[in-house]
Design a protein around this ligand. Structure first.
Ligand code: HEM
Length: 156
């Protein structure tokens, strides 16, 4: 591969990774602000819109980052570090798909609870679901960070 193409791919990797990690952190900050300022029904509508719009920013960024990283790492020694990086990347992709499905289920549950505020069984399901969704989002953040560190180690 020519130096020019390699530099272009590296620039693409840096930009895509910045969008993925930066977007994740920005949404976490926005989530706190939304919780502090919006009513529950406005918050559900807000996240439904934000989540659906951001899906089309975050997903391409993640895919482009993984693809450009994979091309740049094509000549790297296929040792334990390489295997660990591939495993973390696959787990990240799978966790992301699960997290999006779960977020959509949470929106449906929260809407149902807004329509039936006295339903204590539903309120408990929302509480448990929110805890699980929080853990999954935390895992996504940790895996993303781990991938950046592993990628940096592979590159040196
Ligand atoms: C970075 C990539 C992310 C993407 C692509 C994404 C995407 C989505 C999608 C598709 C939904 C479902 C909308 C619907 O159809 O109802 C959603 C909901 C939601 N997202 Fe995200 N999200 C991301 C990160 C985050 C982060 C970092 C947080 C907070 C720390 C967050 C908080 C929420 C909340 C609170 C909901 C509403 C459902 C619920 O109450 O759990 N998201 N998101």
């Amino acid at each position: 591969m020519s130096d020019g193409l390699e530099a272009t791919l590296l620039a693409v990797l840096v930009v895509a990774t910045s969008i993925w990690v930066g977007g994740y952190i920005a949404i976490a900050v926005v989530a706190r602000a939304a919780t502090a300022t919006l009513t529950p029904d406005a918050r559900v509508a807000f996240f439904r819109s934000l989540g659906r719009l951001y899906f089309w920013v975050g997903t391409p960024a993640l895919v482009v980052a993984l693809a450009s990283g994979a091309i740049l790492a094509r000549d790297v020694d296929h040792g334990a570090l390489f295997t660990a990086t591939v495993v973390v990347a696959v787990v990240l992709l799978v966790s992301f798909a699960v997290a999006v499905g779960q977020a959509r289920r949470m929106t449906r549950l929260r809407r149902a609870l807004l329509a039936a505020p006295g339903d204590t069984a539903l309120a408990e399901r929302v509480r448990r679901g929110a805890r699980a969704a929080g853990s999954l989002r935390g895992l996504l953040g940790l895996l993303s960070l781990a991938l950046v560190v592993l990628g940096a180690c592979l590159a040196t």
